[in-house]
Ligand binder design. Structure first.
Ligand SMILES: Nc1ncnc2c1ncn2[C@@H]1O[C@H](COP(=O)(O)OP(=O)(O)OP(=O)(O)O)[C@@H](O)[C@H]1O
Ligand SMILES: [Mg+2]
Length: 239
């Protein structure tokens, strides 16, 4: 089976006031459909840069970024924008919901952007929110929801259009520990059930207990890859 995400020898150099910063340095990785990967590493190690490259928001200096067998680095800007909308879902540090739309309307916005507003998809939006424990909150505005509830709406929004890839940059940064566990546990379950390829950047190693693979970055390089359950559990427990 072809991987959902395949990155080959990707390098990204930022030029800042005459100096060059190698933020990503020859990274290769694969993520299968239905596989959840955590990207960890110290501040400045290149995690967000890596996600931006995967999202097609940033073009690498060299290397290939292949999602669903299509190379993002060969696409025009316009093609990448429509590709991103169709094949990718995003969850940010803060939920970034539209404040004047209800929970359900925020999720359905992704369907509108993809011209997928039929009855079956409308039902899927609703069912996703119910699955995420928000059945009583469908018609509430984001301002009427707790941080954890808002982040669960963001998860529904990232999954509703059935993307190949879901990217999350520190999705639990604004949540307390209990809510963080609930959010990531449900997120992981949905990734597994629906066969999406998920990548989550996190500083919180405890959140790694829900993933299938941990990739550690240091100075732009992958310095450790853990995909063995016992080792993942040990790391998540701080051992
Ligand atoms: N737009 C930019 N221009 C120049 N340098 C940048 C830019 N964005 C990031 N960098 C540099 O690239 C390196 C990697 O940054 P990046 O944001 O990817 O790290 P990170 O692992 O996400 O860090 P954090 O955990 O703090 O979010 C850092 O040295 C950073 O200063
Ligand atoms: Mg970052």
């Amino acid at each position: 089976m072809k991987p959902a995400i395949e990155i080959r020898d990707v390098t990204k150099i930022y030029e800042l006031a005459g100096s060059k910063i190698k933020a990503v340095d020859g990274v290769s990785l694969t993520v299968q459909a239905g596989e959840f990967t955590a990207l960890v590493g110290p501040s400045g190690s290149g995690k967000t840069t890596m996600l931006a490259i995967l999202a097609g928001l940033l073009r690498p200096n060299s290397g290939q970024v292949i999602i669903d067998q299509q190379d993002l680095t060969l696409m025009t800007e316009a093609k990448r924008t429509s590709f991103r909308c169709r094949y990718l879902g995003f969850i940010f540090q803060a939920s970034n919901l539209v404040p004047y739309l209800t929970a359900l309307e925020n999720v359905e916005l992704m369907l509108k952007l993809n011209s997928k507003t039929n009855q079956a998809n409308h039902e899927r939006a609703k069912n996703l929110l119910i699955r995420l424990g928000l059945g009583e909150r469908l018609h509430n505005l984001p301002g009427q929801l707790s941080g954890g509830q808002q982040q669960r709406v963001a998860i529904a929004r990232a999954l509703v259009h059935e993307p190949t890839v879901v990217l999350a940059d520190e999705p639990t940064a604004s949540l307390d520990t209990e809510r963080a566990h609930q959010v990531v546990e449900t997120f992981a379950a949905l990734i597994h059930e629906q066969g999406r390829a998920g990548i989550m950047v996190t500083h919180d190693l405890r959140m790694c207990q829900y993933v299938d693979q941990i990739i550690q970055m240091t100075d732009g390089k992958i310095t450790r890859l853990i995909n063995n359950r016992a080792e993942i559990t040990a790391l998540a427990k701080g051992k």
